[in-house]
Design a protein around this ligand. Structure first.
Ligand SMILES: [Fe+2]
Ligand SMILES: [Fe+2]
Length: 314
């Protein structure tokens, strides 16, 4: 029996101890004000529009929660990690600002979502009652969800095809920075749990990830149905329309299944999947504060660092 237990424990022996992130670059991006937005800004499709709108409603609240969950750890980590947390906070603040403006655009376009926001605020209140470590673990799990969605958005242009230009750029900008900072919370968590056994770490993050995934997708689906009802859909029709949209061949949710599940691997680290090329690709697709030369330099820099891949992958 003890032999089996020893073998079981050995499976968890090879966990990553915290590879480094790419340098975080909070970009200057800002949409026009008021945000120009047609009611069905996403390819004239109410279902696809509801998918992105429901995400946007949650972002300003979720991002403030994630910022607050990382702040207490700045006192307990190295100077380098503290700088990464600060850059992470700056990026999330910028996202939050643009999504608040985006959400105002939704109201201008005729949508109402006060009850959806109230549910999110209640959830955030509930999560904030947990310990600093629990809050950090939840943020780490949410960051994996946003990272895999972002990676898919940047990998397959079909997902945002037909979106109004400035809104398209905003989603690409946000996705780019989500990939760039995808490991910050994870690395802080590795530091915070450095005295834990690998098995304990795996069990803990798996349990948190399962709960966070369930709540994230069920709450977003509820919000999507609520928005589609305002476009004349019945609850039932809205549910099946969203299922078809997400799970059809090439659908976003269908394609997310495998990268989502990677979080359960015993040796998982966000940079086990090296998608840094998407950061440069994302930068080239939206207008950022820098010049063409700066964008070009960024490509060169990414090239130069590609031989560090083995060091970065877990
Ligand atoms: Fe964000
Ligand atoms: Fe993020």
């Amino acid at each position: 029996m003890s032999n089996i237990w020893e073998q079981f424990k050995s499976i968890f022996g090879g966990l990553s101890n915290g590879p480094s992130n790419p340098v975080l670059n909070p970009r200057k991006f800002r949409m026009s004000r008021p945000v120009p937005m047609g009611r069905h800004w996403m390819n004239n499709d109410p279902v696809a529009t509801a998918f992105f709108n429901s995400l946007s409603i949650s972002f300003p609240h979720a991002e403030v929660y994630m910022i607050d969950s990382l702040k207490p750890w700045r006192e307990h980590v190295s100077e380098a990690m503290r700088e990464e947390i600060n850059a992470f906070i700056q990026q999330e603040l910028n996202h939050s600002r643009e999504h608040i403006a985006f959400n105002r655009g939704m109201i201008e376009a005729g949508y109402e979502f006060k009850s959806v926001e109230k549910d999110i605020l209640n959830l955030v209140k509930e999560l904030n009652m947990r310990s600093d470590l629990d809050r950090l673990q939840m943020t780490m799990c949410m960051e994996h969800l946003t990272a895999v969605i972002s990676s898919e958005l940047l990998s397959d242009e079909n997902h945002l095809a037909g979106a109004e230009t400035e809104l398209n750029q905003m989603w690409l900008w946000h996705a780019t920075e989500e990939i760039e900072h995808k490991a910050v919370a994870y690395n802080v968590w590795l530091e915070a749990t450095k005295d834990w056994s690998s098995l304990r770490r795996w069990v803990s993050r798996s349990v948190f990830f399962t709960v966070i995934t369930y709540r994230f997708f069920s709450n977003r689906l509820r919000a999507q149905i609520y928005l589609l009802q305002q476009d004349g859909y019945s609850k039932r029709a809205a549910f099946f329309a969203m299922m078809r949209y997400g799970l059809k061949k090439g659908g976003l949710l269908r394609k997310l299944a495998r990268p989502w599940a990677a979080f359960y691997k015993v040796n998982f680290h966000p940079w086990s999947v090296d998608d840094r090329h998407l950061i440069a690709a994302g930068d080239s697709q939206f207008i950022m504060g820098g010049s063409v030369e700066e964008i070009f330099d960024k490509f060169i820099e990414t090239d130069k660092t590609s031989d560090k891949k083995d060091n970065i992958a877990a």
